[in-house]
Design a protein around this ligand. Sequence first.
Ligand SMILES: *[C@@H]1O[C@H](CO)[C@@H](O)[C@H](O)[C@H]1NC(C)=O
Ligand SMILES: *[C@@H]1O[C@H](CO)[C@@H](O)[C@H](O)[C@H]1NC(C)=O
Ligand SMILES: *[C@@H]1O[C@H](CO)[C@@H](O)[C@H](O)[C@H]1NC(C)=O
Ligand SMILES: *[C@@H]1O[C@H](CO)[C@@H](O)[C@H](O)[C@H]1NC(C)=O
Length: 419
Amino acid sequence: MRRKRPAAPLCPAPPPPAMRLLLLFVAVPLLILLSPLSRRPPHQPPPVVVPCGAAPSDATAGRWVPTPRPVPAPLYGASCPFHRGSYNCLRNGRPPLAPLSWAPARCGGAVVVPRIDAAAFLAAARGRRVGLVGDSLNENLAVALLCALHSADPAARRWKRRGAWRGGYFPRHDVTVAFHRAVLLAKHTWVPVENDSEQEHRQDGRKGIYRVDVDVPADEWINATTFYDVLIFNTGHWWGTYKFPKETPLVFYRGGKPMDPPMSIPEGLKLVVRSMAAYVDREAPSNTLKLWRTQSPRHFHGGEWDRNGSCVTDRLLGEDELEAWFDPRLGGVNRDARTVNLAVEEALAGSGFRVVNLTYVSEFRADAHPAAWLGGKQGAVAVYGQDCMHWCVPGVPDTWVDLLAPHIILHFRKHRGNG
Ligand SMILES: *[C@@H]1O[C@H](CO)[C@@H](O)[C@H](O)[C@H]1NC(C)=O
Ligand SMILES: *[C@@H]1O[C@H](CO)[C@@H](O)[C@H](O)[C@H]1NC(C)=O
Ligand SMILES: *[C@@H]1O[C@H](CO)[C@@H](O)[C@H](O)[C@H]1NC(C)=O
Ligand SMILES: *[C@@H]1O[C@H](CO)[C@@H](O)[C@H](O)[C@H]1NC(C)=O
């Protein structure tokens, strides 16, 4: 910050004695006022006040409070063109969520994380591209980001190139935001049992295997590392025997050969995350911002998803309930997010990724899933159960956006003009 210097006096003549006395009265208090500034060493920038929501700790300590009045108009609603039908709770008839905001402990407990300034985001992102890679929970985040940005550039259009599953182009500032679906991140291929040359894979009752090449990124994003300026990864809920039961298991390959001894799913997850992060570190230009968002939890109450588990509620969880719901050691039905997060964090240690904790803010929000309002065909709940894993949009993913946006804006401002 540069201070304006007072203009040099035009008249070189010394002031009259009365004036000199007056100057003394004015100058001394002024000097006292300025002294803390003048004592600062010349190279030290003035202390920066980190806005509420922009510090990493803002996501890991705080609480949900009613959005302070006047409640700002929502940035978007049911008609956003980037919606995915099953997250569009307003259209699917779910009663609207209460207007709540996240109040980080650092900000005093009453000041809340502001909503993204979509116009400022697009302006800062001029000419840049933001890529999200992972599973449907990153798609949930992508939808919330696309819809928020659409509010500042209604001429936005769909963009689905280079392997993207969903995305938008924002012409006002030439910005691209897209989601690449790669649920395991690594390449995985279905190999029916009759095509499998490995004798060991021919076990009783097996229909085939899903071959996972731990050292090969999925085609959907293999070339994304040089295209995007910001990459936001996730993975999580596909790493289980429920997606890959023993009749159709995951089998891990490295260097084109089945791993020997065979690797368990939790070990495979760590190895894949480590090797995908190393790939991105190697391939992406050094000024690419690499973020890894943690997995959000499920909120099935009274049973698993296929056991009538429900989240038809408007009650948030209390802080004192979180361990019972989510601590892996207690073996509850919703333990998987914290379980995979532990593995992911361990695997990312020493990589170029910054981990963004979106788990904690989400754990409280048992009220914010699509639940029984799935859209689409009648009777879907009877077949698929309630959805207590994805999130209504608008809803909690907006807060994810608000917590991520300051990092991204800051990154673009820092690297302005060299990308
Ligand atoms: C996220 O934050 C919570 C609350 O501080 C913490 O308990 C948890 O370990 C963090 N998770 C990850 C994956 O960093
Ligand atoms: C399996 O083998 C058959 C016969 O060689 C071939 O036509 C088919 O494409 C193979 N399927 C896969 C998934 O590799
Ligand atoms: C990735 O880029 C390389 C080099 O341009 C190209 O050969 C390859 O086909 C691309 N792969 C995919 C899956 O798009
Ligand atoms: C789920 O609820 C339905 C209707 O109440 C009941 O018929 C069914 O047995 C329940 N399923 C399980 C797995 O509990």
